[in-house]
Design a protein around this ligand. Structure first.
Ligand code: HEM
Length: 237
């Protein structure tokens, strides 16, 4: 009985931490493709997605997001279907930098990227992220703080971009992105993402295992994510 308990404890620790050498974090080379999504890039840096960022299929996405962060297949498929339309050469796969294509998923007013008007809607922008992260003064990020940071970032982007245009779809994606970081690094219902973990993901495109984060034990569902979207939207008015 005692041995069974020890075995179960070892198995659950092994599942919580990427013991597979395949999933260690490796900085991308300059040939590797990356995207404007810090989480997609994170999964490529950990080898959950192809490290070269090339020829990614829906099944690659579903497996990667399930294995790494316990995102439900249906949730990955919803955004993955849009991602597959960004490739100009394939209907069944895309390269990570195809996601730069404007107004499919990529939109104006990102939390860590400049608008396409500036010429670079792809790269992590430390100054923009610093302006957003300045709202995150507590160890955890409440829904109200998420909403305030997002709202201020949209206003700042609009103020410097004469072509600023956040479509209805773009606005919805922007809410979903805040709900996603809250779900993965906080509670699926209440948010309160851990500030340090969110910072590591945005700044280093790394899963914050070393800082104590573990794959959520409950599956992250579309309903849960939309519940958080509703709360962030309600806190934004
Ligand atoms: C747990 C899953 C995911 C999380 C936590 C996540 C997180 C985020 C966050 C926080 C942003 C906003 C970045 C910013 O505003 O600077 C973002 C943007 C983006 N995400 Fe993801 N994402 C996830 C899944 C996906 C998937 C499955 C795809 C498609 C394959 C995707 C594609 C994108 C794209 C194209 C953007 C750029 C939007 C923009 O800011 O203009 N994401 N994501």
């Amino acid at each position: 009985m005692r041995y069974q308990f020890i075995f179960a404890a070892l198995v659950s620790t092994a599942l919580a931490y990427p013991s597979k050498r395949d999933n260690i974090w490796i900085e991308p080379s300059c040939e590797d493709r990356r995207s404007p999504c810090p989480m997609v890039n994170t999964l490529a840096n950990h080898g959950f997605l192809p490290r070269n960022g090339l020829n990614i299929s829906m099944s690659d996405l579903v497996t990667a997001f399930n294995d790494s962060v316990n995102l439900a297949s249906s949730a990955t498929q919803l955004v993955g279907a849009k991602a597959l339309t960004t490739s100009s050469t394939s209907n069944t796969t895309f390269n990570l930098d195809d996601l730069d294509k404007h107004n499919i998923i990529e939109h104006d007013g990102s939390l860590s990227r400049a608008d396409i008007f500036s010429g670079d809607n792809h790269s992590f922008n430390p100054a923009i992220w610093a302006s957003v992260a300045a709202f995150f003064t507590e160890p955890t990020i409440s829904i109200a703080t998420s909403a305030a940071a997002r709202k201020a970032r949209l206003a700042a982007a609009a103020a410097v971009n004469p072509a600023f245009n956040l479509t209805a779809d773009g606005a919805q994606f922007s809410f979903i992105e805040s709900a996603l970081y809250q779900s993965v690094f906080g509670d699926a219902v209440e948010g309160n993402a851990v500030t340090e973990w969110v910072n590591v993901m945005f700044r280093e495109e790394r899963l914050p295992y070393e800082e104590g984060w573990r794959r959520p034990s409950q599956e992250l569902t579309i309903a849960g994510i939309l519940g958080l979207v509703g709360k962030i939207a309600a806190a934004s008015v």
